[in-house]
Design a protein around this ligand. Structure first.
Ligand code: MG
Length: 329
């Protein structure tokens, strides 16, 4: 974290309009797709082929992020990334972002500048434009991001399109952010790669569109954990899903965290949230995607998600991993 983020004038010192100017000053010039950019009552962007998909998320300090765990830059990147991932999950091309920043007056402007740089960096990675937003005073630092995407003439890929006989396939990483959360919550800062994954996910940008073009019939981004999110697809589609555990990669840093803190590293992959991998169902698994399971008719117990044919003992998100640390590393 730079000293900039905690020193200098505060949000209260400069006021709303100067704060907005600070944010927009660093944004790149709008692309030709932007008909009306930031500064008017509402932004306008062109979607020649038809439909726009939209999603919004609120991030509240102390609930969704901590300023002592994450830099302003990380928080900005994550705020953008988690919203853009929802657009990817519909099979759309992410195009624009709106941000409402509700900040305590004593927040340094330097923090907002670092946050802005994080947002813009993630937008650049995802080829998304900052279209506008709002600022307000608030007793609790709160960030609300709305993302919009262009379906470019394709049908949206919802959670309801999984069909018996299909493959379940994924693109991205699983378990990394949960391993990072477990690391941070025990007061450790390493393995650095999982801590970084907790601070901001590596979203597989562009693969939502490619999944749609590759025949995905249902899709979701893994925010709550693979089992929980596949449960949403199973419920919406009226199917059962079985995961083959041997197909899931358990990366070395996840094994290291599990070894240091207890528990099965596979559980991080099955139930850890916040990595925003894309998981979909396909008749034929596209190149580069990892086949991790199959879709079947609902069983006697109704729709369900099983692992290697059995109901898994773990069902929830990362909080279920909470165990006393076994290491004082
Ligand atoms: Mg989602």
């Amino acid at each position: 974290m730079s000293t900039n983020a905690s020193a200098g004038p505060t949000v209260g010192d400069v006021g709303e309009f100067a704060l907005i100017d600070t944010i927009l000053a660093a944004a790149p010039a709008p692309s030709p797709n932007v008909v009306v950019g930031p500064g008017d009552d509402s932004a306008v962007f062109a979607v020649p082929m038809g439909s726009v998909t939209c999603s919004t998320d609120a991030m509240v300090e102390g609930v969704h992020f901590k300023r002592d765990w994450s830099s302003a830059n990380d928080i900005g990147r994550k705020a953008a990334a988690v919203n853009i991932a929802d657009i990817e999950a519909m099979g759309a091309t992410p195009r624009g972002l709106l941000i409402a920043l509700c900040a305590p007056p004593e927040l340094p402007v330097g923090w907002v500048e670092e946050f802005r740089d994080g947002v813009l960096a993630e937008c650049a990675t995802a080829s998304v434009e900052l279209l506008g937003g709002d600022t307000s005073a608030s007793p609790v630092l709160t960030i609300v991001v709305t993302a919009m995407g262009d379906l470019e003439g394709r049908e949206p890929i919802t959670r309801a399109g999984a069909r018996p006989g299909q493959h379940v396939a994924m693109m991205g990483r699983l378990g990394w952010a949960a391993a990072g959360l477990r690391t941070l919550s025990r007061g450790f800062r390493s393995p650095r790669v999982v801590v970084d994954a907790q601070r901001c996910p590596e979203v597989p940008y562009g693969f939502g569109r490619r999944a749609s073009e590759g025949g995905a019939t249902s899709m979701i981004d893994v925010s709550d954990g693979l089992l929980a999110d596949l449960g949403h697809i199973a419920a919406a589609s009226g199917v059962s899903i079985d995961i083959t555990s041997a197909s899931l990669e358990i990366a070395e840093p996840l094994r290291a965290v599990a070894a240091a803190t207890g528990g099965d590293p596979l559980h991080l992959v099955l139930a850890g949230g916040e990595d925003h991998a894309l998981v979909g169902t396909f008749d034929t698994v596209p190149d580069g995607w990892v086949a991790i399971g199959t879709v079947a008719e609902p069983g006697a117990a109704g729709v369900s998600v099983t692992v290697d044919g059995a109901v898994p003992e773990i069902t929830g998100g990362h909080d279920h991993f909470a165990k006393p640390p076994r290491s004082s590393r």
